[in-house]
Design a protein around this ligand. Structure first.
Ligand code: ATP
Ligand code: MG
Length: 544
């Protein structure tokens, strides 16, 4: 496959900063808000931040951005940690933005003392109404020129809980005429009475993201604070906060384009709705674009990292085809997954001239340099896949029909002599004969057949349930509410028989079921019935 690797402009910046001595050690961070599970978009940010750590022998913190007490939850904290570890990354420090609430409060006090912040009595609506537009400047708040003493007094009383939620806010005093609306005296503290998952009821004033984030970065000594493009217009405010709080070591915000994937909605709010309204089995449903979902779907962590590397980082928003991700996953599985034989819609084959049984050795993975073999039993009664037999085949049909011959993978050539049907005319059994001289690896039969099909020993097999998938959102349905696009038929169940070896598989073990697709063992498996999720099909549909 073509390596399409965009040049990484972030590394260019880092290289320059190192060359001119601006920084000596590279420090990044990954700052998720614990208000949902991580998705494939987060994987891109993770690969970027932890990739830089690895490449530059630097550091990367995991910092939970928990400055909004209303939406956050401990359940998410645990899932985020697990997902990051699964992806193969390890953080240097594990931190919570809420650990800095006191320091942030102190910095706000510092700004007030410098005359750079004021308590404003306007409501959120009034503030928004007076903010101006892209072409018109905003109007200054009537409270903008309160004295330092009055501001200090009011801010401490806000903290003590003397005012109602929303009654007062603390605003940075910057420039209501700035062409950048973010610089028009932005709110930096608000009153919210809510129990915080970390600090409980200790605080009733909370910092806004734009104030909190640069402070968190600066305190931790982050050198390059990488975020998505929508924060580009916030960068002047980020720099303003760093400068006005008088941090010596100044972190640098760099924006990149977020990952969008065709026909995939990553919004946490939407994914949460799918879970809560039981459209899916949970956050880790194999159809979900969450990290735990794609893990359960069987995407190898290494393939996900490879995908993130190959799509590169850009400064312009774009969309990546889902088939490209699948194509990378397929490439990894083709290389790494052992092959196994399984049949769906089984048809019984009885070999009239074969007696007893034998054990054959079949190669696990022809792509693997180190050849390993597995044992597969063969006997008089076998099953083949229902799709490999036709009563009235079209011309040039290379699989089985009455009078036709095929090779059973790793075993013998068989010929179909007779077809036994039930009362309804359904095929019940194929009476076949095998060519004793045609054994794979030592074939002296002189017979050439074009078709090779998989099979299982009818006296020694395992029963499986295959879970086959289509995209969870039907691209054909045109709806603004994504929930209407949800395809209730996006998961279908199929029974299958497989080689007994499948019983040794552990949850998350991945296989190529020959001529069917790639599958992963699911946690719903029981000793009697193994459940396998379809990872990707065999055919690459990515249009290069
Ligand atoms: P959502 O809008 O779904 O709630 P978010 O951006 O608010 O997502 P955070 O938890 O704040 O989610 O994100 C943590 C980090 O992951 C941030 O640095 C954010 O920029 C990054 N990130 C989130 N979504 C994507 C994406 N689709 N592509 C790349 N990076 C992303
Ligand atoms: Mg966010």
């Amino acid at each position: 496959m073509e390596e399409v690797k965009a040049s990484n402009f972030i590394e260019d910046i880092i290289n320059k900063d190192l060359a001119n001595g601006k920084v000596t050690e590279i420090y990044t961070r990954f700052p998720p808000e614990p208000n949902g599970y991580l998705h494939i978009g987060h994987a891109k940010s993770l690969c970027l931040n932890f990739g830089i750590k690895q490449k530059y022998n630097g550091k990367c913190n995991l910092r939970f951005d928990d400055t909004n007490p209303v939406k956050e939850d401990e359940e998410y904290v645990e899932s985020i940690k697990e997902d990051i570890k699964w992806l193969g990354f390890d953080w240097d420090k594990l931190l919570y933005a809420s650990d800095y609430f006191q320091q942030m409060f102190d910095f706000a006090v510092k700004l007030i003392k410098k005359g750079k912040a004021f308590v404003c009595d306007m409501s959120a609506e009034e503030i928004s109404k007076n903010r101006g537009t892209l072409v018109e400047p905003g109007k200054e708040s009537p409270w903008r020129n309160r004295s330092v003493e009055e501001n200090l007094d009011l801010f401490f009383r806000m903290k003590k809980g003397e005012f109602k939620d929303g009654e007062k806010v603390l605003r940075a005093k910057i420039d209501m005429a700035s062409p950048n609306i973010n610089m028009r005296d932005p709110v930096i503290y608000r009153i919210v009475r809510a129990t915080h998952h970390n600090t409980g009821d200790k605080w009733c004033v909370y910092p806004m993201y734009d104030f909190a984030h640069p402070i968190e970065d600066a305190i931790e000594g982050i050198t390059h604070s990488i975020c998505t493009l929508e924060f580009e217009d916030h960068r002047p405010l980020y720099d303003w906060v760093v400068n006005e709080c008088e941090f010596e070591q100044k972190p640098q915000q760099i924006e990149f384009a977020r990952l969008n994937i065709s026909n995939t909605v990553m919004s946490k709010r939407f994914l949460k709705r799918l879970v809560e309204e039981k459209f899916v089995e949970g956050w880790d449903d194999p159809r979900m674009p969450t990290i735990c979902g794609i893990r359960r779907r069987g995407y190898p962590a290494e393939a996900v990292r490879d995908f993130c590397e190959r799509i590169g980082v850009a400064k312009a928003n774009s969309e990546v085809e889902m088939t490209y991700l699948e194509s990378v996953v397929r490439e990894h599985l083709n290389r790494d997954a052992d092959r196994l034989m399984a049949v769906t819609n089984p048809i019984k084959v009885v070999l009239s001239n074969y007696e007893g049984s034998e054990t054959l050795e079949i190669e696990n993975n022809p792509q693997c340099e180190q050849k390993t073999l597995r044992q597969v039993t063969f006997s008089k009664e076998l099953y083949i896949d229902g799709s490999d037999f036709m009563v009235s085949p079209p011309p040039k049909y290379h699989r089985l029909f009455k009078g036709g011959m095929v090779r059973l993978k790793g075993a013998y050539i068989i010929k179909c002599d007779d077809v036994v049907c039930d009362d309804q005319g359904n095929v019940k059994e194929l009476v076949c004969s095998y060519l004793p001289e045609s054994k794979s690896g030592c074939d002296n039969s002189g017979v050439k057949v074009k078709g090779v099909i998989q099979w299982v020993d009818a006296n020694n097999y395992a029963e499986l349930t295959l879970r086959r998938f289509k995209p969870m959102l039907n691209p054909e349905i045109d709806a603004t509410d994504y929930i209407e696009k949800f395809d209730r038929q996006s998961m279908t169940l199929q029974k299958a028989f497989a080689e007994k070896a499948v019983c040794d598989a552990k949850v998350e073990d991945k296989f190529q079921f020959m001529r069917i697709g790639y599958f992963v063992k699911d946690k719903l498996s029981t000793p009697e019935n193994a459940v396998f999720n379809e990872i990707v099909g065999l055919k690459d549909s990515f249009n290069k």
